[in-house]
Each structure stands twice: as C-alpha cells, then as structure tokens.
Write a protein that binds this ligand. Structure first.
Ligand SMILES: *Cc1c(COP(=O)(O)O)cnc(C)c1O
Length: 397
C-alpha cells in the first residue's frame, strides 16, 4: 500500500473525529495570504463547491453546494433555519448528543419538533419513522444524524429516507462525520439537504462547513432564515452572483480544504477514503478486543468513523490517567459522551492508516500495564445492559 504523507511535526495523533490529524501538505498551504475578493480565491471556492457536489452523484443537476463560515453546528443551524418552515414541524431522530443538539437548535430558533429518542445503542428504523409520520400529518421534515459521532453508530439513512418520502415529507441529514467517507448518493437516497464540515472526513482544518441542498428548496428559502449571518439562501444567491462569500471567509481554511480535496480524490474519492477508515476500525477493534475491551455497539452498527469502548472495570483504571499516559505516547483520544456507561472513544479518521492503529493498540496495552490494570473487561452491569438494550430489540425490528 502507498505510504500516507507524513503529517507529523512531533505532534500527537488526534484520534478524535474532527479536528483531526491533517497532512503536512494541507498545513503547508496555509502559509500564504489570500484576498477574499480576488479572482484566484473565487476560483478556489467555485472549484471546491463542484468537487463536493460531484461526491453525491447528482446526475440530474438538482443540487447546489453552499459553504458557510463557522463550525459544523453553524451549518446544521443554518440548514434548519433555511428549510424548515416557520410554522413547520420537525421529527428529530435522536440517538446521541448530536441528535439532541438538533432538537435544542430547533427550540432556540423557534421551530416546532417532536423526537424519537433511541438512547445510545440503537438506530431509528424506517418502520417507526413511517408510523410516526403517518400518525402526525403536521410533520413537514425529518432530521437524522448520518453517523452519530457520540457513539459511532451509523444510522440506516436509506430506509429512513424511503419512509420519509413514502409519507410525502422531506429529509434533512446531519452528515457531518460521514460525508466524504460513507456514500450518500442523490440518485440512491432522497433528501432535501445535508450539512457537513471541512474538518471531518475530507481532512481539512476547521473554519467552515457546507450545505448541499436541492436548488428548488434553496430558492424557496428566501427570507425564511432566523439569522442574518446563517442565511443559506442569501449566501447562495450572493455566491452565485459574485463568486464571493457574503462575509469574510476563512481564507486559509479554504485553501487548505482544496489541498485536502486533492488528496481525497487521489485516494479514490469516497470509496477509497471509506476503505482506509474501515481498515483502521477493523485493526483497532480486533486489537482492543484482544486486550479484553468491549465495544459499546453491536458489530452491525459500528462505524468506520469512531468507536466507543467501555472503560475497564479494573479498580486501577482511571480515565484521566489513561488519557495522559496515552498522550505522552503520542495519541490523543476522546472521552465518552454517553449518558449511561463509562466509556471512551477512538476516532479512525484523519491522516493515519492501519499501521498507526496497530501502534495505538500497543500504546494502550503498555498504558494499562503501567497503570496496573490487569484486564480491560468492562463491568458486568454495562455488558448486561448492552445485551438487554440491543439483542432483544434488534430481533423484534
Ligand atoms: C462534529 C459534528 C457536528 C458539529 O460539531 P461542531 O463542533 O460544531 O463542528 C455536528 N454533528 C455531528 C454528527 C458531528 O460529528
């Protein structure tokens, strides 16, 4: 296999799902200043919008891509404010922190919503979405998180989309941590809009995100946004007319993103990127299981983006010490973001391959030894809960 460009300048690997470890080439492009009105910069913006659109195989040319300053959450908020009617009602499919954030956003921007909350372990399924929509004709939109980064679960958006459109409603997707590595093709999965950001699977640096939406929906969004700066319609119109961003763009982030897109394409696009992340995940999970760790999720819902592991039950295990020792060995991990069990997360995305993941496992093994942790097995209660909450329900769905 080809060697990944060396990302390191003595920094630790970020095993976190964005910001993440970027290539040296991506970092290097930021050593230059750009005028935001200049034609060269406008050309870069136009090019990257096209590259992103190409990833969804929009063969009928129904979609456009609207970049938006800020972090991913800004783009989700912008998307909700643009496409949900002021008197509309949203069904939020929630199974983790990002689903909850969507509900919270709708509350703040004053859009009515109801939730299906599946807890931490399970995805929302097409059938229950279909039934919820059948029972509530006021719902205009369904919002789903593609990969729920707080647990790593990949939600079954194809069957959810089918249910949504069978009921004549619209689907919005938070594809933040999935876009660019998990396929989402417009000719296969119907949706009105999706949001993602520069610093996840495309492997750019933070500073902006983008909304990919149907042009008819973009046109209809005029004057609807709750916000001046997050107005997707206004940004779209202005950009298509002038080639410029409406307000100061994160210029360095944009040129870095162009470089990241070159690497994405060279790696084989979405499928190539997804394949590397999948191998990262497989090597990581196999290595961790050999040490006695257990994943939160059953295998069928494990994403190639991030994996949640239960903390060991051993009394010598303490997360902050574990974190610090791992950091001293060159790896930064993520604490858990669950409501129930003690856990931590390891990202599989960014400039690293399966060889790095092998080294992660070795570093974790050494760390456990240094801490005096004899076994990485989680507490029996966590495992029991996983079994009760997943196996029983999955067989009935
Ligand atoms: C990263 C992420 C976001 C956005 O988070 P920010 O911190 O605002 O960039 C939203 N949804 C999901 C699923 C994410 O992974």
């Amino acid at each position: 296999m080809s060697a990944l460009p060396k990302p390191k300048l003595g920094e630790p690997y970020l095993l976190t799902p964005g910001p993440l470890t970027t290539s040296y080439a991506v970092k290097q492009t930021m050593l230059r200043d750009w005028g935001s009105w200049d034609s060269d910069f406008r050309e870069i913006t136009s090019e990257f919008r096209q590259s992103l659109l190409a990833m969804i195989h929009d063969t009928e040319n129904l979609f456009d891509c609207v970049p938006m300053q800020g972090s991913g959450t800004f783009c989700v908020e912008a998307m909700l404010g643009a496409f949900v009617l002021c008197d509309g009602k949203v069904l939020v499919l929630s199974n983790g922190a990002y689903g909850k954030r969507i509900a919270q956003t709708l509350a703040v921007i004053n859009r009515d919503y109801v939730e299906i909350d599946k807890g931490d372990y399970l995805p929302p399924r097409g059938e229950e979405v279909f039934n919820a929509l059948r029972d509530d004709p006021d719902i205009s939109h369904v919002v789903v998180v593609h990969c729920e980064t707080s647990s790593g679960i990949v939600n079954p958006i194809a069957e959810i989309s089918e249910a949504v459109y069978a009921q004549g409603r619209e689907l919005l997707i938070d594809s933040m941590s999935a876009f660019g590595a998990l396929p989402l093709e417009a000719n296969e999965i119907r949706f009105q809009a999706l949001a993602s950001s520069a610093n996840k699977c495309i492997e750019g640096v933070p500073g902006f995100g983008f909304i990919i939406a149907r042009k008819d929906a973009l046109a209809a969004a005029k004057g609807r946004s709750h916000s001046l700066s997050l107005d997707v319609h206004a940004q779209w119109k202005y950009m298509n007319t002038t080639g410029q961003w409406r307000f100061t763009p994160p210029t360095h982030t944009v040129v870095a993103f162009r470089e990241a897109l070159k690497a994405h394409s060279a790696e084989g696009g979405v499928s190539g990127r997804g394949a590397r992340y999948t191998k990262n995940r497989d090597v990581l999970v196999a290595g961790m299981q050999a040490l006695g760790f257990e994943t939160l999720l059953n295998d069928r819902w494990l994403s190639p983006v991030i994996v949640t592991f239960f903390c060991p039950d051993d009394p010598h295990f303490e997360f902050s010490a574990f974190y610090d020792i791992l950091k001293s060995k060159g790896f930064i991990i993520y604490p858990g973001k669950l409501t129930v069990a003690d856990s931590f997360r390891i990202g599989c995305i960014g400039q690293m391959d399966h060889r790095v993941m092998k080294n992660v496992v070795i570093a974790i093994k050494e760390t456990l030894t240094e801490m005096g942790v004899k076994t990485a097995a989680p507490c029996a209660a966590a495992l029991k809960e996983k079994t009760i909450l997943t196996v029983d329900k999955e067989t009935t769905l």
